[in-house]
Write a protein that binds this ligand. Structure first.
Ligand code: DQA
Length: 145
């Protein structure tokens, strides 16, 4: 089972960016944690981060043959009809994750253009949101097999 782990804009800055909101773990730390969990779960991960909306759309389209995806689209969560259309267009099975609890922050973050298409959503647990999301996604995909 191959799974895409996709990170949107500014998530390359994790570790130094707004640490009171996003914590001190880096994207590399999260990647290592997920790779270790993937071994435990018996799945393979493809990691991708971009600050560009079009590049994220291209990567989602290229994931058409994969089992599913773990998506943290960052700020594009709240704005990108194009990313939503890409996910719907290739019928990607995915779990949406956010480090912060987007529902407890500014009003513009409380809307996600992706959540209604997701198998599940994990928010607010910092870097652990990714691990929780991966466990949920693998369970979901296994049940669907
Ligand atoms: C985020 C939440 C978004 O609102 C924000 O733009 C991010 C990170 C999160 O993981 O908490 O870049 O997706």
């Amino acid at each position: 089972m191959r799974i895409l782990v996709l990170h949107g804009p500014n998530l390359n800055l994790l570790g130094t960016r707004e640490t009171e909101t996003y914590g001190t773990e880096t994207l590399e730390d999260i990647t290592h944690q997920l790779d270790a969990l993937a071994v435990e779960l018996g799945v393979e991960l493809e990691h991708y981060q971009s600050n560009s909306e079009g590049a994220l759309v291209d990567r989602v389209q290229a994931a058409a043959g994969l089992a599913g995806a773990l998506l943290n689209p960052g700020a594009y969560t709240h704005t990108s009809v194009a990313l939503r259309d890409a996910v719907a267009g290739v019928d990607l099975k995915f779990v949406e994750v956010h480090l912060s609890n987007i529902h407890g922050r500014e009003s513009f973050r409380r809307t996600s253009l992706l959540s209604d298409l997701a198998a599940g959503v994990v928010v607010g647990f910092g870097a652990a949101s990714y691990a929780l999301g991966l466990r949920g996604l693998v369970g979901y995909l296994s049940d669907a097999e």
